[in-house]
Design a protein around this ligand. Sequence first.
Ligand SMILES: Cc1ncc(C[n+]2csc(CCOP(=O)(O)OP(=O)(O)O)c2C)c(N)n1
Ligand code: SF4
Ligand SMILES: [Mg+2]
Length: 297
Amino acid sequence: MSAPVEKLTKKQLKADHPTWCPGCGDFAVLASFFNVVQKLGIPHEKVVCVAGIGCSSRFPYFVNAHGIHFIHGRALPLATGISLSRPDLHVFVFGGDGDGFSIGGNHLNHAARKNVNLSYVVMDNQVYGLTKNQTSPTTPIGRRSKTDPRGAIDRPINPMAQLVASGATFIARTHAAQVKHMNEMFERAILHPGFAVVETLSECTMFFPGAFDSGNPRKGGAFDLVDETSRNMECTAEAMQLAEETEIAPPGKFGVYLEAHRPTKNDLENEWLKDAQAKTADLAPKDLLRKRFAAMR
Ligand SMILES: Cc1ncc(C[n+]2csc(CCOP(=O)(O)OP(=O)(O)O)c2C)c(N)n1
Ligand code: SF4
Ligand SMILES: [Mg+2]
């Protein structure tokens, strides 16, 4: 009889002590990630964390699992390769608003439309934290920073609208100060087959304190939830309407904006692979590739 598999504990998942500033919202995101991975009983050796560059992108250092701290904005293409080549792994991507919506914006569009099977948490603090206070793609108009000393003049992107348009199949929005809600969003994202993104408002206490007070009832704000009972969760038009509310009536709604079902790139590639293998006398993927390259010479 094989030995029973030990349940993963938070202690086993913890690595270095996080180097974030006191009060940084990213601490709560990390704690939530530990909670959910432990709750879902994901095998320790199957956890992979990929990140770009930024304060939030330091995430993999603090998780005792497979992890890569990669290039600014390029976490998604790397994570895509891992997900496609090792479908048995749980691939998590972490990063900031700059990393994901600015330099990495093109990759976000393509990974989303391809419905690559992975979970992506954007820790949005509406500022470049690591490089000490520059305007980011989500910085509100009028906010002063090192790059906009007279206040930001460019219209910020609407992350929810952008994600809906890109073709992501699971899109949610939460707040790092609402731990229960954040846990629930992460859990649903992980269980979703396909490209799942959770925009998590995570305060940069050093450079943009109070940025998300309007979404925090303990700071006088309102944490209004998406009403899932009265809507079609697969409808992009309804999701887009919700996304518009984040601009018309900030801070907008929190919860799942879209939960659609479409074949993943992983499944589609696997079908193609199986077909090709059947036609080529069960060649292993690497031999199939060799044969293909030989034919291209
Ligand atoms: C190719 C490249 N361009 C620019 C930088 C400088 N840089 C590092 S992190 C960063 C932005 C960080 O902001 P964000 O992604 O929002 O993460 P945060 O620190 O706010 O969590 C920039 C511009 C870099 N490291 N590499
Ligand atoms: S600079 Fe901001 S985002 Fe970076 S660790 Fe400090 S509080 Fe967090
Ligand atoms: Mg940021």
